[in-house]
Design a protein around this ligand. Structure first.
Ligand SMILES: *Cc1c(COP(=O)(O)O)cnc(C)c1O
Length: 348
């Protein structure tokens, strides 16, 4: 039953391995904690000025600071884009969500006053450019998708994104959510220089381990960023988030170390799923989608063994599937052990 939340929060879990939200399971860089500890009483008393964090983010991604909007997590970025791009003058508006899509897309677009149209996935959850283009109408304000995709984890080719941006009516945008791009290595941010209707979102919640701090960024041409500023509160990024972001961006070594852990953990999962005879999708993200049959039952049984995974079986094309975060290889091994126990105990 709906609680009326913009996005249904998941039940809290305590203890065990958190492999259900694609968080960084090793924690943030130690440099982030030092930076937070060094915040002064005066800094806490002042309204945050985050020009330094914005400049650091712009430098890290090779754009000018006026092409960056820092946000209170990418969730706020998604809501801001929705509020900024959907007009409230009674004109019909729709937003195309590429399915399966992240849970904030549809609700944010509807809150902004748009009708949501879905761009259905191709067979086996592949990205189907033609079906997405077919969902576009003259009233489309933007198309939103995540790259790599969640929950299957495949990267959409850059040429397909460019073709999609070109297929949009005048004034409509393509919003590429790159929440998992750190793991995959794809990056559409440089293309904002040549594709005027492209917006790219990033979060520092996943690879950088800052989910609890709430920090994300939206990249677009300066005129688009200026429009987005019209739909966001002036101080939504707090002083701790801005110092944390700078410290995290400066600690490249920690990020590289974690990306390596994730690649190893994915190999552990692939090997385990193969041995258990389960179908899965090779993923460019920090998660693996696997078909287990009774997904709600398996999720619950794993949870009772201290392994928390996500039941994705209600998403289009994901019948019978759970999604497992790939973090530290030891967690992946514990997950395979528990899954083997659960599947061997249950009649299939
Ligand atoms: C986690 C996630 C987000 C939200 O990131 P926050 O910065 O935590 O708000 C956005 N999009 C996708 C696809 C995600 O997986």
């Amino acid at each position: 039953m709906s609680t009326g939340y913009l996005y249904e929060p998941l039940p809290d879990v305590s203890g065990g391995a958190r492999l259900h939200l694609n968080e960084n399971s090793a924690g943030c860089s130690a440099a982030v904690l030092s930076a937070i500890r060094s915040v002064t009483r005066e800094q806490i008393a002042w309204y945050p000025a985050y020009s330094s964090a914005t400049a650091a983010c712009a430098r890290a991604f090779g754009v000018s600071p006026d092409s960056v909007l820092l946000t209170n997590g990418l969730d706020e970025g998604i809501l801001t884009v929705s509020l900024a791009l959907v007009p409230r003058n009674g004109e019909p508006s729709d937003v195309v969500v590429v399915e399966p899509g992240y849970g904030m897309y549809g609700p944010s677009a509807r809150l902004a006053g748009a009708t949501v149209r879905s761009g259905e996935p191709g067979p086996d959850l592949s990205f189907d450019l033609d079906r997405v283009i077919a969902a576009i109408t003259p009233a489309t304000r933007f198309v939103i998708l995540s790259n790599p995709n969640n929950p299957a984890g495949a990267v959409i080719p850059h040429e397909s994104l460019l073709a999609l941006a070109r297929a949009l009516p005048d004034g409509a945008f393509l919003f590429v959510d790159e929440a998992y791009a750190d793991f995959a290595g794809n990056c559409a941010i440089p293309a904002i220089a040549t594709v005027p209707n492209l917006i790219v979102g990033r979060t520092f919640a996943k690879a950088y381990g800052l989910a609890g701090i709430r920090i994300g960024a939206v990249f677009a041409r300066p005129d688009v960023i200026a429009r987005l500023r019209g739909a966001i509160a002036p101080f939504s990024v707090n002083v701790f988030a801005s110092v944390a972001l700078e410290a995290a961006l400066n600690d490249r070594g920690y990020l590289e170390w974690y990306l390596h852990q994730v690649r190893q953990a994915k190999d552990v999962l692939y090997e385990g799923f193969t041995r258990l005879g389960l179908a899965f999708w090779r993923s460019d993200g920090n998660f693996v989608l696997v078909r287990v049959g009774d997904a709600p039952g398996v999720r619950q049984a794993l949870s009772a063994r201290g392994i928390h995974v996500r039941d994705r079986s209600s998403a289009p094309g994901c019948e019978g599937c759970i999604r497992v975060t790939a973090g530290l290889p030891d967690d992946a091994r514990a997950c395979i052990t528990a899954l083997e126990e659960v599947l061997c105990a249950a009649p299939r």
